[in-house]
Design a protein around this ligand. Structure first.
Ligand SMILES: C[S@@+](CC[C@H](N)C(=O)[O-])C[C@H]1O[C@@H](n2cnc3c(N)ncnc32)[C@H](O)[C@@H]1O
Length: 272
């Protein structure tokens, strides 16, 4: 009897500790149109006490935040909007991630749920992946839930009603930040390519498409789903231009892409 009583306080403490730990949500907010937020993401973002928005210096303002801003209630919810430097070498970002992990763990260990929002899907070329690895390394017992989002690739293909791949075809998704020459090999190998972050390498990619005779096999889509969406079929018109970070080049290597646009937004901004 005495032993049981002695053990009681320890048991209570342990259960309290478990109850105190909040849940970390990785939330995809889609590519830009707030209507592409899932019902699940919307429900969470309107109720969760802490919303964390990591944003790169390359973005002007936070794109993810602009998508969800109207759903948030800053009187009730804490919004942590953190800028981090853009480094090719991720080790340069260690300090930033440590600071972010510290901030989030502080809230999570107080029992607060935290939603970390990302453009598109949280597990596709997303900052959330770095955060997740680090936070789990510090708290392996942390409950985590991922709410997938509509990817920018899906939204861009939809904006031009382009079936990206059919039947046994292959699709390569490329960050387009590595050696543009490597893209040449992939153009030969795959049926379709989605070049993310293409803004930085467009002037190197264009002559390659020209040389391979596939310039009319591609379409450039920028800020898809926003009122600044642009669809460009005449790729020459992009030469030497400063392009927006939120841009993708979709390529079908074996056949030209039929020029078409779907939806009111894309019709308004389509450059044929
Ligand atoms: C860091 S990645 C994020 C990808 C995102 N997690 C997803 O699921 O689509 C950023 C790249 O996604 C693409 N992107 C994101 N939003 C976009 C949009 N609205 N229109 C066109 N491309 C977009 C661009 O290629 C941009 O450089």
């Amino acid at each position: 009897m005495e032993t049981a009583l002695k053990n009681e306080p320890a048991k209570v403490k342990e259960s309290e500790k478990i109850k105190m730990l909040g849940k970390l949500y990785g939330v995809g907010v889609g590519p830009g149109d707030p209507q592409l937020l899932t019902l699940k993401a919307h429900r969470l973002l309107t109720t969760v006490p802490v919303v964390y928005v990591p944003k790169s210096r390359e973005e002007s303002g936070s794109f993810a935040l602009s998508i969800i801003d109207s759903f948030l209630d800053r009187g009730r919810q804490e919004v942590i909007d953190l800028l981090f430097p853009m480094c090719k070498d991720q080790s340069g970002l260690a300090q930033f991630w440590e600071k972010s992990v510290g901030l989030l763990l502080d809230r999570l260990e107080k029992g607060l749920d935290v939603a970390c929002v990302c453009i598109g899907d949280p597990l596709l070329y997303s900052t959330f992946s770095y955060l997740l690895e680090r936070i789990i390394a510090r708290r392996p017992d942390l409950p985590v839930e991922i709410i997938p989002g509509v990817t920018s690739i899906s939204a861009c293909a939809a904006s031009v009603a382009l079936p990206l791949v059919k039947a046994g075809e292959t699709l390569a998704v490329i960050p387009a930040t590595y050696e543009p020459e490597a893209v040449r090999g992939l153009l030969r190998q795959f049926d379709a390519l989605a070049l993310m972050k293409v803004n930085r390498v467009m002037d190197q990619i264009l002559p390659m498409l020209e040389e391979m005779g596939i310039r009319d096999h591609a379409v450039f889509i920028s800020r898809c789903g926003t009122d600044q969406q642009e669809i460009v079929w005449d790729l020459d018109s992009l030469k030497g231009k400063e392009l927006n970070y939120h841009s993708i080049l979709l390529i079908r290597t074996k056949e030209p892409i039929a020029r078409r646009a779907s939806g009111a937004l894309s019709e308004k901004k389509s450059h044929v």
